[in-house]
Design a protein around this ligand. Structure first.
Ligand code: HEC
Length: 138
């Protein structure tokens, strides 16, 4: 296989997603099939969220956790995000990378990067839980 084909293959398979085809136009990863609607995944994600995230984001994701008052920028209301910030793939990326990537890096956001602590599976489970919160199911 020539180099060109390898490059095309990397682009098409979108692995790794952030080195993808167009720098500056990051494509966010797609969730594994059915995970977002899985009640088991949502339940597992709820456990992770309450343990690690609620302190800042609030038990219900409104951005009103105990720590939130000390943070600048304050955590947003995760249940009222718009556009790309309401996309599961963006949440996955944001949870994994935390505040060290733009646009949060510029703001000196306190959002930790969870990639070293949580598996991709666990991150998708939290995303599934957040989705159920937004849908008013949890
Ligand atoms: C130390 C406090 C803190 C903890 C703990 C924390 N976050 Fe955050 N998070 C923030 C801040 C601050 C931001 C950036 C401000 C914002 O949301 O706009 C943020 C941003 C986010 C965003 C992006 C929202 C957006 O506005 O674009 C998501 C999604 C998110 N956090 C999910 C989580 C999840 C899931 C966990 C637990 C695994 C977690 N956070 C733990 C403080 C925290």
């Amino acid at each position: 296989m020539g180099r060109l084909w390898i490059w095309i293959w990397i682009c098409l398979s979108s692995v790794p997603p952030f080195l993808g085809c167009q720098p500056g136009d990051p494509s966010f990863p797609s969730p594994p099939k059915d995970i977002l609607s899985s009640p088991e995944a949502q339940r597992a994600g709820e456990g992770v969220f309450l343990k690690h995230c609620a302190i800042c984001h609030g038990a219900e994701g409104h951005g009103d956790g105990l720590q939130a008052i000390n943070l600048e920028p304050r955590p947003a209301d995760l249940r009222n995000l718009r556009g790309v910030r309401a996309e599961p793939g963006y949440w996955f990326f944001r949870i994994k990378e935390g505040g060290k990537k733009e646009p949060l890096a510029r703001l000196h956001s306190a959002m930790p990067s969870w990639g070293d602590h949580l598996s991709d599976q666990q991150i998708w489970e939290v995303v599934a839980y957040l989705k159920s919160l937004v849908a008013g199911q949890a």
